[in-house]
Design a protein around this ligand. Sequence first.
Ligand SMILES: [Ca+2]
Length: 317
Amino acid sequence: MISVGMIALWSSLTVSAVNYDEHPRTEQFINEMVKEHQYDPKVIRDVLAKAERKESILKAIARPAEKTMTWHRYRQIFLTDKRIKKGKAFLIEHKDTFDVVEKKYGVPREVIAAIIGVETFYGGNMGSYRVIDALATLGFDYPKRSLFYRELKNYFLMVRDNDLDPFALKGSYAGAMGYGQFIPSSYISYAVDYDGDGKKELWSNIDDAIASVAYYFKRYGWKNGEPLSSLVTLNDSDAAKLADKTLSLKGDFDYWKSKGVNVPKDVNNQEAALFSYQQKDKTEYWLGYKNFYVITRYNRSRLYVRAVYELSQELKD
Ligand SMILES: [Ca+2]
């Protein structure tokens, strides 16, 4: 008979002994890559053999930070004097690039800078995990793995098609890379070679990184000069129940009026969604518009959007 303790020991030995080229999900992964993308199976097997399972990654992703944090607390992390000051210097330092990029893509420089500021402190913290380890660990061993399994596939495509070293690229525990923390599918679709050297270097070339963030927003339909959101009041407490239900634009001003929201008079009637923000001693409500939605395509969190927006306003002056 095997004791519980022995089972635990045995399973932990099994897990640590498995290389990703021998993982139970590997054969299917390789078969799909060959079938879907004519990928060389030997290349995948060789790379996965050197990919490492990281317990720290599985622990980090299980932490529900953004889901439970109030706006009041979240704001303290991102709207610091240091981040504002560094952002202003960042805009000055890269002014020439911002002049070109802002004009070409129609996305304000302070929004691009705020994204890079919130994501990585303007490149100061781009993540220290090998992307191959992050995506193999989450793609094969995280219970909610489907997104990461897809991104692991995209990572293999990205390194093949851009002639990148699969072991050299670093990122966050979730496999987000470079100044703007692009996941591989975003790299494939939105990374830009700004300086024309044939490489899309989002880790080491700030001009490529700035242009890539701008292009991402352009492709998701950023409407230059349009408002992002309005602070609103409610005249029916039931309206509060409609807040934070979805990031998608839910209805126009007539809809929100009928639900008890005092819609703004200085903004054109348009599609909006209702969001709540917990301040220290009160709850605020915002109607978010198209540009609000576009920022949620970068990170699906209403707290994130507001942090980017407020930081961008601070950087504007
Ligand atoms: Ca380049």
